[in-house]
Design a protein around this ligand. Sequence first.
Ligand code: FAD
Length: 286
Amino acid sequence: MKITDIITSPKPSLSFEVFPPKTSDNFESVMQATEAIAELEPSFMSVTYGAGGGTSLYTAEIASRLLQKNVTPIAHLSCISSTKEQIHTLLADLKQRGIQNILALRGDIPQGMTIENPQYRYASELTAEIRSFGSFCIGGACYPESHPESKDGKSDIESLKIKVESGCEFLTTQMFFDNDILYNFMYRLLKAGVNVPVIAGIMPVTNAKQIKRIISISQNALPQRFVRLVDRYGDNPLAMRQAGIAYATEQIIDLYANGVNAVHVYSMNNPFVAQSIRNNLSEILK
Ligand code: FAD
């Protein structure tokens, strides 16, 4: 099934993300977590792609296994360190496995590194390539608080416009902790004529260590309400997990209530977190 068919139906959607293992030793434990999350009957599941790392090998395999479990998968694919030939091989593999949905990404450039003459400079170039390759449903990433390399929000939205014109059919957001930031961003998208569906990405913060990493990769604004919660419970792992799940649940309910019908949870291979959120929304999702 195509992601666009799922997220444009009137029913609210709730989907989860998993990431592949770095080494084959961990493949089975990741599969166990993936299958436990698949049991929750999510609207779809995404499988991330490790640019340049060994994990890229497993993305297609995990996505295929989800398909066998009757869960619609979306395989992430990044391009900055890939050749056209490598991308064509990966696309042929995804097609042959029956995977219909791809999240087309540029990928991160490791700090201090420059990539000489990349064959793809931007996700939009990968998107155009996938579009010419066949009938995949293609999504892309977007950043309610702007991509860290963008000079400002306006130019970031101009880049999104190019991505959509290249064939991107929906956008999934980077995590955010203040829903007003998303509502404002969606308004700016519409004003700029970017009118593909947007899936809101929600990260349940379940341990204090995650916060530092989150801020380093995404420059998220952290509302006082959220900071107080981490200050109070950060040293108590079980309390922090409970508080983080409650905060994420509250964000999701507010999103649905305000008409943002598609929510993707960065569940980080954690079935407990996915299940808790699913349970908290059991009546809302009926
Ligand atoms: P792009 O859309 O190419 O944008 C990158 C930068 O270039 C932005 O600043 C943009 O404004 C600018 N830009 C874009 N097009 C143009 C243009 N034509 N002219 C000038 N400037 C332009 N990374 C992984 O490695 N694997 C994953 O699985 C993965 N999954 C992700 C899922 C989501 C939902 C998100 C939000 C991010 C994910 N990432 C993943 C991280 C992502 O690869 C990085 O954030 C990366 O830095 C940018 O990728 P992009 O696809 O958004 O790039």
